[in-house]
Design a protein around this ligand. Structure first.
Ligand SMILES: Cc1ncc(COP(=O)(O)O)c(C=O)c1O
Ligand SMILES: N[C@@H](CCOP(=O)(O)O)C(=O)O
Length: 463
């Protein structure tokens, strides 16, 4: 299995190389050269398997020869051993044809743990073999950062720097990043929004001298390995509702488009997904793009679902690459326009292709709060605001016989103020985090300035 860049000008890599590289050297994102097909009988055979076994079967064809079967099996076992729920990704029924896929039972209480716990193990195995050391620099709107820190804390051959927008993550999210004591972990509060943080990370990747000197690696979903790990739960949930004999739909709270693109890969592999519905908050660039054809940034607005306060949605580039028939030059042109003019228009052909796969919707702040309140009153299920955006948009979709599965992407206890305001209930953190607010914080406030950030990283990383 080989990986190519969405901009067509970077070296073709193996899985392991693409994982360690992160962003392609032409600024694009790696995608598999071909998407392996999973025949219906193999999809059906996933029914009833432990999550780990299903993960091995779904991901195996993408990894090539980098990790042997036994090694991969052990890696997957270790990755999910710290999850609080035996099913890892349990399904809860919300209504006659609507289900919630709970993805928040991992160590940091968000869906990011599914991928981050796995790639933490994959990186370690790979670095032990090569004897190399790396510097991970990630951008977060709240959840990727804590998941990355949890996966890489304390490792001798990895330094981790996480850029988060100052004052724009919840207190729980911030403390998850600022209270770990390991000296390879650095939480950086940037004066800016998530798009600024993500842009500075990409700038660092585009400075090849810096990139090579510090051994830069990415753990945002620009890294293909992140997306791959998220393909698995589309299979496990769809199969438990009757796939491959019955089609399903997914509503996916969306920001950087990594999670929903994992659903696209599952669909391309042969999983019968009728629609992948993009659910956005007020930062609705993706909904506007799908409905009107113009992908235009309007600036990031803070919301009660802060992890989705994103306008430059990195993985949409992967979707465009597919919609433009894998024309890297066309994608590069649009990405240049995004950088220089703040937007671009999607061609009619590409838009129609996107609409065959994706639906979309947007939830306002009031609708998000009302959905948390109504679902709690009707079922007792307490949603985080991101999951509530997903549920609201799912409820707004046209009727279909195919069951709708909404991804519940974070635990409500990460956003206690918003949840309490909607339900009167203040959700409690699991007991292993009960003292989170008593732990001392360690954080550096930094300007949104590339040179200053690079200097800080050079100074603090352990050579
Ligand atoms: C809780 C939560 N929900 C949804 C999203 C959106 O996921 P994606 O960026 O993969 O679209 C994020 C962040 O990415 C998140 O942290
Ligand atoms: N919502 C994310 C933003 C980064 O997304 P990623 O999936 O590309 O890492 C976060 O919580 O940090």
């Amino acid at each position: 299995m080989r990986y190519v860049s969405t901009r067509g000008q970077a070296p073709v890599l193996t899985f392991e190389e693409a994982m360690l590289t992160g962003l392609a050297r032409d600024g694009g994102l790696y995608v598999p050269e071909t998407v392996p097909h999973c025949p219906a009988r193999e999809i059906a055979a996933l029914a009833g398997l432990p999550y780990e076994e299903a993960a091995l079967r779904v991901m195996r064809p993408f990894l090539g020869s980098a990790f042997g079967d036994d090694a991969l099996e052990a890696i997957i076992e270790r990755a999910y051993a710290g999850f609080d729920h035996p099913a890892r990704a349990p399904l809860v029924q919300l209504g006659s044809n609507h289900f919630l896929l709970e993805l928040f039972h991992g160590p940091t209480l968000a869906f990011k743990d599914f991928a981050m716990q796995l790639i933490g193990q994959l990186f370690q195995a790979s670095l032990e073999r090569s004897g190399k050391r790396i510097t991970i620099v990630g951008a977060t709107s709240g959840d990727t950062g804590s998941a990355a820190i949890e996966a890489f804390r304390g490792l001798d051959n990895v330094d981790v720097f996480i850029l988060f927008p100052e004052g724009r993550v919840s207190d729980v999210q911030r403390r998850q990043m600022t209270t770990p004591t390991e000296d390879n972990v650095h939480a950086l509060a940037v004066k800016g929004d998530f798009d600024d943080c993500q842009a500075r990370v990409k700038d660092m990747f585009n400075d090849f001298a810096f990139r090579d000197r510090v051994g830069l690696s990415a753990v945002n979903s620009i890294n293909w390995a992140r997306v791959l790990a998220q393909v698995v739960y589309y299979f496990t949930s769809a199969v438990s509702l009757g796939a491959p004999h019955r089609a399903v739909r997914f509503a996916v709270p969306t920001g950087n488009f990594g999670d929903i693109f994992a659903g696209y890969i599952a669909r391309r592999m042969g999983l019968p997904i009728e629609k992948l519905v993009i659910a956005t908050n007020q930062n609705d660039i993706l909904h506007r793009a799908l409905t009107g054809g113009a992908y235009e940034t309007h600036g990031v607005t803070p919301t009660i679902s802060p992890s989705m306060d994103i306008q430059v949605s990195s993985n949409f580039e992967r979707a465009l690459f597919e919609a433009y028939g894998r024309d890297g030059a066309a994608v590069a042109q649009q990405m240049d326009a995004l950088k220089s003019q703040g937007g671009f228009t999607i061609s009619q052909g590409a838009l129609e292709t996107l609409r065959e796969t994706y639906g979309s919707g947007r939830a306002s702040e009031d609708e998000t709060r009302a959905t948390i309140r109504a679902l709690f009153a009707a079922t007792g299920e307490v949603l985080c605001p991101h999951s509530a955006v997903g549920v609201k948009v799912a409820q707004d979709q046209p009727a279909s016989a195919a069951p709708m599965i909404t991804l519940a992407t974070a635990h409500p206890a990460k956003f206690p103020d918003a949840v309490e305001a909607a339900t009167g209930i203040r959700p409690a953190l699991p007991s292993r985090m009960a003292d989170l607010f008593d732990r001392p914080e360690r954080v550096s406030a930094v300007e949104n300035d590339l040179a200053a950030l690079k200097a800080l990283i050079e100074e603090r990383r352990r050579a």
